[in-house]
Design a protein around this ligand. Structure first.
Ligand SMILES: [Zn+2]
Length: 395
């Protein structure tokens, strides 16, 4: 995993790039008590770089964290042969066992947030400088809506789901699987014209993309070709299987296959941060709200109670509220839960409703900062953000 993450990734994520490194290290060590033990050990042994890997690359869960256990690999191979009922039953059994044993808290994992706020406050108290704002215009939070379309049924329900957003003045990013169902060009045009973003949801939805590095690289050229063909710059892995260093070969500007905390995914764990960051060649936008199928299928929720509880936490701390829902699940009378949630989102004061690629652009600029000197950066015009003017985005 070496080399994927900048040595000072934690410093940049916290918006402290311009502060003296020694002062940042002191503040980080003073605030680290609140973090999990494995992260504290990494900080003690390898400094800020080690802490970044432990948290932002999930290194705290050990070297085999992204390796699927043999039983699960076998399951994905047999899965196409199993009837749907058996698949759901197996998934529920495995999932509930894993969720109970999860090392992170859920749905609110507050430890990194407490840590981040303590470090920023300590540094701001020590001098005249301010930490970089989390969002353009110093907005109170970012709101990002995303969808994965699992199969042809979801594809057929997609526009109905998006209409719920459009009527509220919202838009979202839609990820399609690249190699299993055909996405009509007319649909891609329609989505873009209406202000939606199009992204890639892997090549097949079979749980085998990360089975081995060789398999990942066999599918890589086709995935990158599809990204080019669609003009897409974003990715979410099917079933959030993931491996940060392999994923560096994806031709994308952003990824959203990671999450702050989610014990219900096949590779549970989490990066603990509710703010995005640069993970090698792309910006990682971890989703921070439970997935719809977790709420509905696994937990049997009928309302958005858990989403709203998490949203309160995210807005109280200027975090990013990024949710992933599926037209494949949010249909047939289940849309009320999503509509209620959307109604809350549009009522949020001072929030930045943005597409993933807009947030990724903001994170890049915040990460690298304006050049100390040199020619102006406006040689190439950037697409204007809807809620924040480009002036504000430049800070
Ligand atoms: Zn999926």
């Amino acid at each position: 995993m070496r080399g994927v993450l900048a040595d000072d990734a934690i410093v940049r994520l916290l918006g402290l790039r311009t502060f003296p490194r020694d002062a940042v290290e002191d503040a980080v060590r003073a605030a680290a008590d609140v973090l999990p033990e494995a992260a504290r050990r990494a900080l003690a042994g390898e400094g800020l770089g080690g802490l970044g890997e432990a948290l932002l690359l999930e290194g705290q869960f050990g070297p085999d964290h992204f390796v699927l256990p043999p039983a699960r690999r076998l399951y994905y191979r047999l899965r196409p042969l199993l009837p749907a009922g058996a698949r759901a039953l197996l998934r529920r059994r495995v999932v509930s066992r894993e969720a109970a044993a999860g090392p992170l808290r859920w749905p609110v994992e507050e430890r990194f947030v407490v840590f981040a706020e303590q470090v920023r406050a300590a540094l701001e108290a020590s001098g005249t400088e301010r930490a970089a704002p989390w969002w353009p215009d110093d907005r109170a939070c970012a709101v990002v809506l995303t969808h994965d379309v699992e199969g042809p049924f979801g594809l057929s329900r997609l526009l109905d789901l998006l209409a719920l957003e459009q009527t509220r003045g919202l838009s979202s990013s839609v990820s399609f699987v690249g190699g299993t169902y055909r996405v009509p060009d007319s649909l891609l045009h329609e989505l873009r014209a209406a202000g939606f973003e199009v992204a890639l949801h892997g090549w097949r939805h079979d749980g085998r993309l990360f089975e081995s590095r060789a398999r990942f690289h066999r599918r890589l050229p086709a995935m990158n070709a599809r990204l080019r063909e669609w003009g897409s710059v974003g990715f979410r892995s099917p079933m959030t299987h993931r491996e940060p260093s392999w994923m560096q070969d994806l031709a994308v500007e952003w990824d959203s296959s990671f999450f702050d905390t989610d014990p219900f995914e096949p590779m549970p764990g989490g990066v603990m941060t509710v703010w995005p960051y640069v993970m090698g060649r792309f910006v990682e936008l971890p989703y921070t709200l439970p997935q719809d199928h977790t709420l509905i299928e696994t937990l049997g929720e009928t309302g958005p109670r858990i989403w709203l509880e998490k949203l309160d936490f995210l807005t109280a701390h200027r975090g990013m509220a990024l949710v992933n829902t599926h037209p494949d699940y949010l249909c047939r009378g289940r849309t009320a839960l999503y509509e209620e949630f959307l109604d809350e989102l549009v009522r949020l004061p001072q929030s930045w409703h943005a597409l993933p690629r807009e947030v990724a652009g903001w994170v890049r600029e915040r990460w690298e900062g304006p050049p100390a000197a040199g020619p102006p950066r406006d040689a190439a015009p950037r697409p204007a953000s809807r809620a924040a003017g480009s002036q504000a985005a430049r800070r």
